[in-house]
Design a protein around this ligand. Sequence first.
Ligand code: 13P
Length: 261
Amino acid sequence: MTKRRVYLGTNTKMYKSIAQTCSFLKELSELTAGLSREHLELFVIPSYTALEAARKAAPPSIIKLGAQNMAWLDEGPLTGEISPLMLREVGVEIVEIGHSERRHIFREDLETIRKKVLCAARHGFTVLLCVGETTEEKEAGCMDDALRIQLKSALHGLSPEYLSRLWVAYEPVWAIGENGTPASREYAEARHKALRETLCQLFGQGAAEVVPLLYGGSVNSENAVGLIGMDHIDGLFIGRSAWDARRFSAIIRDVLDSVYR
Ligand code: 13P
């Protein structure tokens, strides 16, 4: 099954200063300038403080820009949060919601994530919703149940008109970061299939098929091509292995060559 498009992006988490983000973006733009965007959606999600400068460092036609989180209100007494209006002001296009680090370290619950998803969608952002099971859920064999709950809860009340701007990242908690082990491509494919089936249940087959499903969690230059070769994996959401522009652009080229050769 040939993919219409491949989604490749990185979340730089709480790494990279404004200057480091801009030089990363400039290098990445240059290294990928020759690659047609017809089949490639390339995105970077830096820290809030770098967003404004980042927008100037790389045009949206080359690299889409995202925020790592967003509040569910336009304004209000929410110390430490960031408003959709503030993100609009700096030219953000994507809002990431429900990353495992938000769910587990900052205790964001299902209802908070749902409110954020609905608000981001209403504001016209592309919503990058992250879901993933814990080690315990995997060991108990209820990983697909956990994913269904996270997905159904986050999308409850979402009008189908917003589906064309919804991306879902499957990021198993046990696969993320220094101590993570990447999911095998077969395991990731099975979870993506469960997510696709859940989307079909919620919105119908045609509508659900437009939603790209990305895999994240210790993606690297060794496993990227294998993962993208799976039918239900439309993209890769990469942390550490993408933070060096040369290394990231080598992964991008390998992935595109493998899919569209
Ligand atoms: P790593 O690729 O470093 O495991 O991080 C994945 C991630 O959290 C992307 O959001």
